[in-house]
Every structure is written in C-alpha cells, then in structure tokens.
Ligand binder design. Structure first.
Ligand code: ATP
Ligand code: MG
Length: 390
C-alpha cells in the first residue's frame, strides 16, 4: 500500500453546526490545489483529512509542499499505510521510520484506534510495537513522557497507518468560509501581507490595484501581477482588478491643494473599491495601512480616508512593527518581489508637505473642485481584469 498525506484540521472543529460545510470547502480547496500533482482522493474522517494518491505517478513531494499553504490545516504528516495487523504495523514502522528512530535518543509509540473491532486496545498495541522497536533499536531509550521522537500508529476502518512527527500547517480557516473582501494591492511590502492575513481568516479576496500609466510603468503592473500570483497559493485563484488612476490623479494635482493630495487620492481609492465591492458581494475593504508609518497613516488621515468608504475598512497589519511585516513577507515569499524598485502611483505624486492631521470638512471643501462621481464612474468603467491562475 502507498504512502498518504495526513492532515489535521484546525479551528473548523470548533464551528459546531457549520462544521460539515467548512470541511467540504476545505476538501474542495485541497482538491483544486493538488490538481497539478496527479490524481488524489481527499476525504475527511473526524478532524483528520486523508490525501491518498490514486496512481503511481502522483508527485507526493509536490503535493506535500502544496498543502502547507492551504488555510484550515494545522498539522501535516506523511504516513505509510499497511494492513491492520500488529506485525504489519511493526514492520512498517521499521521500514518507514527506522532511520529517524535510530537517530533519536528516546522514543515512544502512540496509538489511535478508530476501528473499535481491532483485537488490541490502543495501549496494548503501543506496548507491543514499542517493546519490539526497543529490542530492534537497543540504543534508543523508551521515554513515554518526553520522547525525542514519537511513532504514531492509527488503526482506521480500511487500513492502518504509521507516521512520524507532524509539521505545522498554514493554520487559519479555509478560504471561502468567511465571506469576501476587496483588498488593495500596491506593489509594496505591506499590502501582500495584509492580503495574506485576511485570507488566512477564511476570506476570499478580490485584489484591486490602482495604476497610473505612464507615471508608473508596465513593469510596476507586472510586479502586482507577480505578487498576486505568489498569493494564489494561499488565496486560491484570483481575479486582479486594475483601475486606471491617472486621470483622477492629474485632476487632483491640478485642482486641489498640494498638502491634501494624498488623502484625497486615497478617498478616491476607497470610493472605487467600495463600488467594486458592491458589484462583487464583498463586505469590507482591506488595506496594508500601518499606524504611523507615513503621513497618510495617522489616525486622523485614516478617519478622513474611510469616511467615504461606506463599508468597513480592515487593516490587518495596523499594529505590527515594520520588522514583523517584513518577516511575514519573507515567510510567504512576497518580499523579494515587493522590494523591486518600480515606482508606485503614490510615490509619483507625493506632496512635499502632506497634511498629517487633515480635517474632514477641509478635505470635502477641496474636493468640491472635482466632479467626483464622474471621475469614479470613468475609472470604474475602465477597470481591466487579469485572471491569475495558480
Ligand atoms: P504598501 O507597502 O502596501 O505599498 P505603504 O506602506 O507603501 O503600503 P501607502 O502607500 O500609504 O503605504 O498605502 C497604504 C495602503 O493603500 C497599501 O498598503 C495598499 O493597501 C493601498 N494602496 C496604496 N497604493 C495602492 C495602489 N497603487 N493600488 C492599490 N492599493 C494601493
Ligand atoms: Mg506603497
């Protein structure tokens, strides 16, 4: 019998009545994610999920790496299947874990028995296999309290399994179980991290990028496409919306006070994002804002910015230190792309002395020089969609 991948579900198990639909979502996310690696059977039993290859050419290493980025899974291990027999379990443990076991200082055996018709109790089976493993590896001590290495045995309905220590999964909740948001994706470090963080709570994401061609180049857009692609391994397939932003920025520059440029521009981002949200059933807008990082990220500026959003603005990285954001960006693999030096629409038009504590009525007064609705509609109607496959 072949090896399988064994996954442990996370918080889903706390969801009571919704549990079945959470599980189904997770299983379908896993199925979609594993397509490139061959044909697998994925099913859940209690809070475990089994991933069984259905043919010899399945890429088990690829599949194992892929499941590490699927939200809703807390632990991952590879397991070897064998007959439901105490000696088959012993031999499989030797073959499959012998190397790791002989390198350990101490070990124990732990058994889970779902099949209650199996003739030994969990404790009897652990003692039997543990005793004979201790004989086979006499230099490795048995330590049931604090072992270096644990041999896991599982006796299930159709087969038994042997596995070693598990690795941590991606955590969070399955994407698609907690609604949908618009996430503002610049080419910077912060917004890929905030997008990742909201997706981790089970939220589907529609990334939106404001593009200021020719002030920012095609390369800047390509960078956002690359970032989106990197995020698909967490978020699933994405449909990136690229909003033409140049005309709006030129109008603001021409007609509004320079020190309010940034906050007015950000209010346009909110209005357009809210419209995208409305058309796509999204319940919130997500940004990578971080308190105190730049002039537009003061409490006052954020209040003025979100006053025209009309739906909640979520800022997953608001309270992190830059160092923590960078660490996450490195961990999720977006950092190297984020630091490529293409300019962002905000840097091109940055005022020399931005107002750090803008007042809403000043901003509203300044905006009266613009035909806000027409500008919003024009941008919205010319949005470009880019489908990002995994
Ligand atoms: P980031 O590192 O994500 O670019 P930042 O620290 O540079 O963030 P700002 O440039 O003030 O901060 O932008 C704050 C947030 O506004 C970003 O995290 C992002 O969510 C959104 N944003 C900024 N520029 C754009 C853009 N061109 N397209 C889409 N969203 C943007
Ligand atoms: Mg930025």
């Amino acid at each position: 019998m072949e090896d399988i991948i064994l996954l442990k579900q996370g918080e889903i198990v706390l969801k009571g009545l919704n549990r079945k639909s959470f599980e189904m979502k997770l299983v379908s996310n896993i199925n979609r994610r594993l397509k490139p690696f061959g044909k697998f059977r994925v099913y859940s039993v209690q809070s475990a999920i089994y991933v069984e290859p259905q043919s010899d050419d399945c890429d088990m290493d690829g599949a194992y790496e892929a499941v590490k980025t699927i939200f809703g899974i807390v632990a991952i291990s590879r397991a070897a299947a064998c007959e439901k027999d105490k000696d088959a379990l012993l031999e499989t443990a030797k073959r499959y874990l012998g190397d790791a076991l002989s390198r350990a200082g101490s070990f124990k055996v732990e058994t889970k028995r779902a099949d209650k018709s199996f003739p030994m109790t969990s404790i009897q089976l652990s003692q039997y296999v543990g005793g004979l493993l201790a004989d086979a590896y006499p230099h490795v001590r048995v330590d049931v309290h604090n072992p270096d290495f644990t041999v896991h045995l599982e006796v299930r309905d159709y087969a038994a399994y042997v596995h070693g220590p598990s690795e941590q999964g991606a955590g969070g909740l399955p994407v698609g179980t907690n609604g949908r948001v618009v996430s503002l994706l610049s080419g910077g470090i912060d917004s890929p991290v905030s997008t990742y963080m909201i997706a981790r709570r089970g939220v589907s994401v529609i990334p939106v990028h404001f593009f200021s061609f020719p002030y920012t180049s095609e390369l800047a857009k390509e960078k956002v496409v690359t970032l989106s692609r990197l995020l698909t391994k967490y978020c699933g397939r994405l449909r990136l919306k690229v909003v033409p932003f140049t005309h709006i920025q030129e109008e603001i520059r021409e007609k509004c006070p320079e020190e309010l440029f940034t906050v007015i521009m950000r209010r346009f981002m909110m209005r357009i994002s809210a419209k995208v949200a409305e058309y796509n059933g999204c319940k919130a807008i997500v940004t990578g804002e971080n308190l105190g990082q730049v002039a537009s990220q003061t409490l006052e500026a954020m209040a003025v910015t979100e006053a025209c959003a009309g739906l909640p603005v979520l800022r997953p990285v608001i309270g992190l230190d830059k160092r923590e954001i960078v660490e996450t960006a490195v961990k999720i693999g977006t950092f190297d792309t984020s630091i490529l030096p293409y300019e962002d629409c905000c840097t091109v038009f940055t005022p020399r002395h931005p107002r750090t504590k803008p007042r809403l009525d000043d901003v509203v007064a300044a905006e009266s020089a613009l035909d806000v609705d027409a500008l919003v509609n024009e941008a919205f109607e010319n949005i470009d969609r880019i489908d990002i496959e995994m």
